[in-house]
Design a protein around this ligand. Sequence first.
Ligand code: N01
Length: 543
Amino acid sequence: MSTESIQQHDAPLDQHYDAVIVGAGFAGISSLFHLRKIGLKAIILEASEGVGGTWFNNRYPGARCDIESLDYSLSLSESIQQEWKWPERYSDSRSIQNYLDYTVDELELRENIRLRTTVTDATYDEMKNRWTTTTGDGSNVGSKFLVLATGVLSAAQMPEFPGHDLFTGRILHTASWPKDSVDFTNRRVAVIGTGSSATQLIPLVAEQASQLTVFQRTANFVMPARNGALEAATDQEWKSRYAERRAKARASSNGHNQEPPHGPGKNLSSSERDRELESRWEAGGLNMMRAFTDLLTDTEVNDYASRFVANKIRQTVQDPETAERLIPVDLPIGTKRLCSGTNYYETFNRPNVSLISVAKEPIKGITERGMTVGDTHYELDDIIMATGFDAMTGSFLRIKVVGRNGQTLQDHWEGGPRTNLGLMTDGFPNLFFLSGPQTPSVFSNMATTSEMHAEWLARFLKDLGIANLSTIEPTQNSVDAWVDHVTETASKTLYADSRNSWFWGANTPGKPRVFMPYTGGVENYNSFLSNSVNDNYSGFVRA
Ligand code: N01
């Protein structure tokens, strides 16, 4: 079913919700489903024109998930998971968006979703124990609970290059791509950035543009995705054992069914290591991250794997200088998000594609007809910013959230995010974060972990007894303990010394350098969630 064929009904607003949920992506949709199931009156407020969250907004050519389709889906309804047909092994953004549209309609959730509604402010009233959420048009919505399901990679980041407004061509950002397809035929195009978005988009733009110039500040490791049609046998096998597959995902480190590592690389011979790395390279995508259990903890093993991929780049890219420029330096493989693409390195063999390093000589500015780096001016028709996000906390902090004593979330998290289990923060009663910082989020299958959060939230509120509950919030001690645990867990990995990434907030000017995701794995995190239930939520105080 196409998105266009689905009618968008917008829920009307009133003041008397049990829960306002912000965001209609995987986390928001799962939350609405589970909160409604326990009898809450809930509404989703969504800024975009459609549901889908990141998959609605990231429509750039090549936008595709790097987790396999059958895994990257929700288990809310047995009939949906049986009936829905994924066309490809890895789904593109349009397929995922269509799937979420279908899910929302099948589960009759649309009547509780209000689109085109940007949340600007949310203020807690201590006298009434209620949240007031304010939207872009000045409307106020009242609720007992507020659930921010706004995503960790959704606050797009546009660099402030001097001259930006002078440019007479098109400036596009991958995360706010126009609804209609953009034609690059006979155009001179620049792509700024070489992260996941850029590396998916570059090969497709190169097929159309007369000239494509890629401006690279930091080279990244890009694995071949090895996408293709989803085979009927695979589809059937999964569907006959879906419950088992879902359970396996939750009991894994990353929340999906990928083949786990067989053991450490440390004591393996070179040929044993090569065999494993080759099989992971052939399996494609994020499989490389599962090559060895010590890939992200042992420098020598990581160096070995990094050299293996560097040699693949040298074998693929014909011009030796370009090949060397594409090989990451001082970047242990996996300590920046591994990219997964199709024909990325091959694209640099095309005569219409060139790679400019802006590592030492940054982009000076934008002019009426192009861009300047050092003394060189590049004549351009289009500039594509594939420049990423104010990641992990940006979408939460772009809303002015005011808790107890008039304290803003911006002030409270000035030194970095502070949460208990990534779900709540002290001083902000009845406020929940879904799939946010200090959870496995970006190291996991977000469909799995979003559902885990939504289930926990509904269980939590049901166990506490909503009718007799005024407030619930984490103790400061529980928050301090979780922050320490997240930090300590990361300190045992190679992430600790590789700080030039958005995991550390390094890509956003003025952001504190704090490691934000939880590296302990989905299975362990799941145990923490279960323990909190078994402990009768001891890290939280209720009134
Ligand atoms: O963003 P990024 P993204 N001058 O931050 C460069 C998920 N995702 O949108 O590395 C020059 O990774 C910046 O350079 P540097 C996935 O988790 C998933 O690509 O900061 N360059 C970098 O190269 C991913 O990790 C999927 O030195 C500038 C690039 O822009 C996350 O989203 C697909 C610059 C930004 O890369 C973010 O990916 C897409 C400047 N002033 C995204 N500013 C899949 O499922 C920034 N850069 C496959």
